[in-house]
Design a protein around this ligand. Structure first.
Ligand SMILES: NC(=O)c1ccc[n+]([C@@H]2O[C@H](COP(=O)([O-])OP(=O)(O)OC[C@H]3O[C@@H](n4cnc5c(N)ncnc54)[C@H](OP(=O)(O)O)[C@@H]3O)[C@@H](O)[C@H]2O)c1
Length: 268
């Protein structure tokens, strides 16, 4: 049976999911239909991936039983007003919109449509995404499996209760910017020590990537790992002494708290 996968919005995140769909072989690209407001972007996506595009969100509902909602939060209400009359229990709507709860989505898109809420991050563009998944009560087990399989091709997935979504939004949703800021700080520190900016960035980035890869591979306890690298009297220990004496961890905690609070605010 021919299956069609739909998208509302063909922006950055939708593109990452399309790449994952292609990698997973879950849907043929000719069976992907994307509603996109901005004609040059629609043209670009059609050219890059061979997907079908339309300016009409309603056309996607008519064709696709599974649809990713991938427009910006402020565009959801106008879109919902257009498509709500057509949505039934036959449609699975997978929302990646930050801050919009299942209850809010249900109010906007109607009581019948099957809903799954996802909090992805931008790293899915590099097939190293982290996606939290929460099904609504009326979603089927097979819906969760389908969403997990598609997004699993673009990194890792975790099924979590919705009460954790503000924390997830702060940690993994916004996290790429926070880690990039850390990389920037490391690279700027390297420049102060005399390295060229491009070299400093390369060293910082590869060290961040390599550390994460090693920690995942070894499953090492973080404290034991740090203690192992920071041998007494050595260079790492000298640096760690400064980090530990600072309010670094408090700053990181406050950063996540601010992001989570903003997520809660946007969800109201
Ligand atoms: N970026 C991230 O790191 C990240 C992380 C987690 C979650 N998210 C969520 O992912 C969603 C998408 O983010 P994004 O960064 O991919 O946004 P984006 O690049 O701005 O893409 C959204 C696209 O949807 C189009 N659009 C808006 N309303 C439409 C409608 N009614 N019909 C058809 N197309 C429509 C927009 O076109 P116009 O620009 O012409 O309006 C735009 O091209 C957001 O809700 C965000 O909260 C993003």
């Amino acid at each position: 049976m021919k299956r069609t996968l739909g998208f509302f919005g063909a922006g950055k995140m939708a593109e990452g999911i399309v790449q994952a769909v292609a990698a997973a072989g879950a849907f043929a690209m000719k069976d992907v239909v994307m509603a996109e407001n901005f004609p040059p972007r629609a043209k670009e996506m059609a050219k890059l991936y061979g997907v079908k595009t339309t300016p009409e969100a309603v056309a996607v509902v008519k064709e696709a039983p599974v649809i990713f909602l991938a427009v910006r939060p402020q565009d959801v209400a106008a879109l919902a007003a257009q498509v709500k009359p057509l949505l039934t229990a036959k449609t699975l709507l997978v929302s990646i919109v930050a801050g919009k709860s299942l209850a809010t989505l249900r109010r906007m898109f109607g009581a019948k449509v099957r809903l799954v809420r996802v909090m992805p991050n931008l790293a899915l563009r590099a097939k190293e995404g982290m996606c939290a998944i929460c099904p609504a009560r009326n979603a089927k087990k097979s819906d969760v499996k389908l969403v997990s399989d598609i997004l699993g091709a673009a990194g890792q997935t975790a099924v979590l209760q919705e009460k954790h979504f503000d924390a997830v939004t702060a940690l993994s949703g916004s996290g790429p910017a926070f880690f990039a800021y850390m990389e920037e700080a490391m690279a700027e520190g390297g420049v102060k020590l005399g390295l060229k900016p491009a070299v400093a960035r390369q060293l910082a980035e590869q060290t961040m990537l390599g550390t994460a890869a090693y920690l995942r591979q070894s499953g090492a306890d973080l404290g034991a790992f740090i203690a192992g690298v920071a041998t007494k009297g050595g260079t790492t220990a000298a640096g760690m002494d400064v980090m530990r004496a600072s309010d670094f961890k408090d700053v990181v905690a406050a950063t996540l708290e601010a992001a989570a609070a903003r997520s809660a605010e946007l969800g109201k």
